[in-house]
Structure formats: structure tokens, C-alpha cells
Design a protein around this ligand. Structure first.
Ligand SMILES: Nc1ncnc2c1ncn2[C@@H]1O[C@H](COP(=O)(O)OP(=O)(O)OP(=O)(O)O)[C@@H](O)[C@H]1O
Length: 282
């Protein structure tokens, strides 16, 4: 079966003043329908750029991207993105934030009553899925960060995207809320049957959520290693202490460290320490 996302020889450059930065080089990646893939890697390895190119928010300079067999040349209703900072409309209630999807706005003039009713049914279902039914009439500023991010996810799902792209969506949340969100997003992934590509700095999060973890390396941004996750589909937080989980975490952290180019210069550290030691008294 053809991959849902097919990336071939993808290259992307940025102009930074007089300098040209090769943000992505020769990326080849297939993501299957309903697969959950996480992207990790040292700072600047191109995780966000790859996600933005997939979303059609950035153009690419080399290679091809196909989604559902069709080449990507810009944003489309088949893909939705969730960012770290919940970009909710502060003047709309939770319910209206969810209903007010990009797809509905675009087709506003042609909307029939049946479309609006169908949207309300879908919005109610998504609010229930995300545990937000009781907060439907609340305003965004009345909600915790975790709840706001749940609204943002519900809104992204409103147009039934085939693919959900998430850029560090839980990066600003506290550890307990993140744990709850992990199980929630796995559940959403299952019941909505979306294909998920998720960027994170947190290797534990990357392993717990994914079917495969893609490690990128920087300068130029490229795929270093792809790790299948050897855990059952039904995840449980206790799995984070399992030997195979810890071994994979150690290996991925070592790869990120090895590719980051930020090796500790032991000699330099020792010279610095000596230079700051008080001089011996005569
Ligand atoms: N709009 C831009 N203009 C110029 N250079 C950019 C732009 N966006 C990204 N870059 C450069 O492209 C490279 C990849 O950046 P990107 O933000 O995709 O990496 P990242 O892996 O998501 O980083 P981080 O983990 O720090 O968020 C970096 O060298 C970055 O400086």
C-alpha cells in the first residue's frame, strides 16, 4: 500500500543575511496511514522546518512531498497543525473556537443549514472526546494551559484532516498535565484514525507516543536514524520504566548527543578551572 506521506530527496535552504543555511538535506521518509511518528534531534536539526514544509507553510527547494499520492504545494484541508502556543481566538467560547475551523471559514458563503448542523454535531463529539463538554461555554482565558491545548487539538481535528502535524504541542505544560495529554493524544490518534507527525525535544515523550522515532542531525538537517518502538499499541505510563524503553531512551539520547556537535572540551574546562583557582601565596 502507498504511504500516506511520501518524502523523497527533500532539500530546503534559508537565506540568513549573506549566509545560506541548508536546513534540510536529502530527506527520504515514508509515513504509513494511521502511523504515529515523532521527530527528535539537536537544536537546529530542522524538525520544525520539516513539519512546516509538510504543512505547506514553507516551500521546499529540492525533492518531492506527496500526501495521499498528491504533491504538496501549499496548505490543504488534508493536513492540520497544532503549535506549542495555543492559538485560540480569545473572543470566542471554547465551543465556537472548535466550530470556527479554517475549513468552515473558507466555505462560509456556500454553507447550508445542514453543513452548520453537521459541524455542531462534530464539534460536540470532539468536545466530548477531549473531555471539554463541561467547558463548552467557557472563554479561553478561563482555562488552564492543558485545557487550552485540548481545545486547539479539537479545533485542528474539526475538518477531519488525514494528517495531524504537532510542533512541541505539550512543551509549555507541566509534567503531570503532559502525562495526561500523552494518553489523550494516543486515544485521539486511534479513534480518529489520523496519521500523526509530532516534533518534541523530550525523548521519553517521543518514545512513549510513537510507532517510530526519527532522529534528525543538524548542519545540514538530515535523518540520522529511525527507531521502531518495541512497545504494545496500548501504552501505559509504567512502560516508561521497562528495560527496553530505558535502553531505547539511552540510545536515542546518545545519538542526539553524538550528532549535536556540542562535545565538552575537557581540556578547555580544566584550563578554565585552573585559571580561576586562587593563586598560591608566596
Ligand atoms: N525562517 C528562517 N530563516 C532563516 N533560517 C531559518 C529559518 N527557520 C529556520 N532556520 C534555520 O534552519 C535550521 C533548522 O531550524 P529549525 O527551527 O527547523 O530546527 P529545529 O530542529 O526545529 O530547532 P529547535 O529544536 O531549536 O526548535 C536552523 O539552522 C535555523 O536557524
Amino acid at each position: 500500500m502507498a504511504a500516506e506521506i511520501e518524502i523523497r530527496a527533500l532539500g530546503k535552504w534559508f537565506d540568513e543575511g549573506a549566509r545560506r543555511v541548508e536546513a534540510l538535506r536529502a530527506i527520504d521518509l515514508d509515513v504509513a496511514h494511521n502511523e504515529f511518528v515523532t521527530l527528535v534531534g539537536a537544536s537546529g536539526c530542522g524538525k520544525s522546518t520539516l513539519l512546516r514544509v509538510l504543512a505547506g507553510l514553507e516551500t521546499h527547494d529540492e525533492g518531492t512531498i506527496r500526501v495521499g499520492g498528491q504533491p504538496v504545494h501549499g496548505p490543504g484541508a488534508d493536513r492540520a497543525m497544532v503549535f506549542q502556543h495555543y492559538s485560540l481566538y480569545p473572543w470566542l467560547t471554547v465551543e465556537d473556537n472548535v466550530k470556527f475551523s479554517r475549513r468552515l471559514r473558507h466555505g462560509r458563503e456556500n454553507l447550508t443549514l445542514a453543513d452548520v448542523e453537521a459541524a455542531s454535531g462534530r464539534a460536540d463529539a470532539l468536545l466530548a472526546l477531549m473531555g471539554l463538554t463541561g467547558a463548552a461555554r467557557a472563554w479561553p482565558n478561563q482555562l488552564s494551559g492543558g485545557m487550552q491545548q485540548r481545545v486547539a487539538i479539537a479545533r485542528a481535528l474539526m475538518g477531519r484532516p488525514r494528517i495531524l502535524l504537532m510542533d512541541e504541542p505539550f512543551g509549555a505544560l507541566d509534567a503531570q498535565t503532559r502525562e495526561v495529554m500523552h494518553d489523550l493524544i494516543r486515544h485521539v490518534h486511534r479513534v480518529e484514525a489520523t496519521t500523526l507527525v509530532f516534533v518534541t525535544h523530550d525523548v521519553e515523550e517521543a518514545i512513549y507516543l510513537a510507532d517510530r522515532v526519527v532522529v534528525l542531525a543538524p548542519r545540514p538537517g538530515r535523518i540520522d536514524t529511525i527507531y521502531p518502538v518495541p512497545l504494545p499499541a496500548q501504552r501505559d505510563p509504567d512502560m516508561k520504566h521497562a528495560p527496553e524503553f530505558l535502553a531505547l531512551k539511552k540510545e536515542i539520547l546518545a545519538r542526539i548527543r553524538a550528532t549535536s556537535g556540542m562535545k565538552t572540551d575537557q581540556g578547555l574546562l580544566e584550563r578554565l578551572n585552573r585559571a580561576t583557582e586562587p593563586a598560591a601565596q608566596p
